[in-house]
Write a protein that binds this ligand. Structure first.
Ligand code: NDP
Length: 255
C-alpha cells in the first residue's frame, strides 16, 4: 500500500495558478490527484492547468474571487460537477499590504483579512457538503512565519495568519467526526511574486532572511510539494489541528 497515493482524489487549490499554490498543486498532481486551479487571473489559471497537465494529471481552472461568497460557492459547485467529487481543499490565496499600522486604512485592513482569513472560512464552509459526500476530506490552510512572529509592516497580515492557525484548530475539532482533517502549513521566506515585491519594499530584507535561515537559502514553491502530499494523503489520517513550519529552520533559530 502506498500511503501517499492520491489516485482518484480531487483537490481544489485557491491561488493555485502561481507561487506556493502551484508548487503544492504540482506535488498533489504528481501523487495522482486531479486538480482544480482557482484564481482570479484567467491567463495565469490557464498556464497553471497546462503545467499540471504536463505532469500527466487531469486539471481544470475556475475563475474565483475568494472574498466573494457567491463566487466561492460557484467554484465548489463547478469543481464537484466537473470532477465528480472534492477530497482536498488548499486555502492558499493570499495578499499583503506592507505598511505600518498607523498608516493602515480600514479598507486596506479589511482587504487583507478578507483575502487571507475570511476566504478560508468561505471555502471550507462551501466545500463541507462535498467532503461529507466523499466520505471525508483534507483541508490545508496556509499560514506564515507571521502566524508566530510579528513585524512592523505586517499588522493585518499577521492578524490574518495568526487567525488561520486558530481557525484550523477549531475546524479540526469540529469536523474530526466527519473524517475531515484540517492542518495549517507555515511557510518560511519563499521566493514568489509576493516576496519579490517585499524585497523591493523592505530594505535589507533579502540579506536578513538569508542570515537568519539555517538552511542558508530562500525557500521555493517546490519545497511545499511534499508537505501538501503528506497532509492530503492517508499518511496523515491521524494528524489534525497542527501547524507545520516549512521554513528551513527559520522558526527554531535561537540566535
Ligand atoms: P503569490 O502572490 O505568488 O500568490 C498569491 C495567489 O493568491 C495568487 O495565485 C493569486 O491569484 C491568489 N489570490 C489573491 N487574491 C485572490 C482572490 N481575491 N481570489 C482568488 N485568488 C486570489 O504569493 P505566494 O505564492 O507567496 O503566496 C501564497 C500563500 O502563501 C499566501 O497565503 C501567502 O500569504 C502565503 N505565504 C507566502 C510566503 C512567502 O514567503 N512567499 C510566506 C508565508 C506565507 P491571482 O493572481 O489570480 O489573483
Amino acid at each position: 500500500m502506498n500511503r501517499f497515493d492520491l489516485t482518484g482524489r480531487v483537490a481544489v487549490v485557491t491561488g493555485g495558478n502561481g507561487g506556493i499554490g502551484l508548487g503544492m498543486a504540482e506535488g498533489l498532481a504528481e501523487a495522482g490527484a486531479a486538480i482544480v486551479v482557482a484564481g482570479r487571473n484567467a491567463d495565469k489559471n490557464a498556464a497553471a492547468v497546462k503545467a499540471i497537465e504536463g505532469k500527466g494529471a487531469r486539471a481544470i481552472a475556475v475563475v474565483v474571487d475568494v472574498c466573494e461568497e457567491a463566487s466561492v460557492q460557484a467554484l465548489m459547485a463547478e469543481a464537484e460537477r466537473a470532477m465528480g467529487r472534492i477530497d482536498i481543499l488548499v486555502n492558499n490565496a493570499g495578499i499583503n499590504i506592507r505598511k505600518r499600522p498607523e498608516l493602515y486604512t480600514l479598507a486596506e485592513w479589511s482587504q487583507v483579512i478578507e483575502t487571507n482569513l475570511t476566504s478560508a472560512f468561505l471555502c471550507s464552509h462551501a466545500v463541507y457538503p462535498a467532503m461529507k459526500r466523499a466520505g471525508g476530506g483534507k483541508i490545508i490552510n496556509i499560514g506564515s512565519m507571521m502566524s508566530i512572529f510579528g513585524a512592523a509592516f505586517t499588522s493585518a497580515y499577521a492578524a490574518s495568519k495568526g487567525g488561520i492557525v486558530q481557525f484550523s484548530r477549531a475546524l479540526a475539532t469540529a469536523w474530526a467526526g466527519d473524517n475531515i482533517q484540517v492542518n495549517a502549513v507555515l511557510p518560511g521566506w519563499i521566493d514568489t511574486a509576493l516576496t519579490r515585491r517585499a524585497r523591493e519594499d523592505v530594505a535589507g530584507l533579502h540579506e536578513r532572511v538569508l542570515a537568519r535561515t539555517p538552511a542558508g537559502r530562500w525557500g521555493t514553491p517546490e519545497d511545499h510539494a511534499g508537505i501538501a502530499v503528506f497532509l492530503a494523503s492517508p499518511a496523515s489520517d491521524f494528524v489534525t489541528g497542527t501547524a507545520i513550519p516549512v521554513d528551513g529552520g527559520y522558526s527554531v533559530q535561537g540566535v
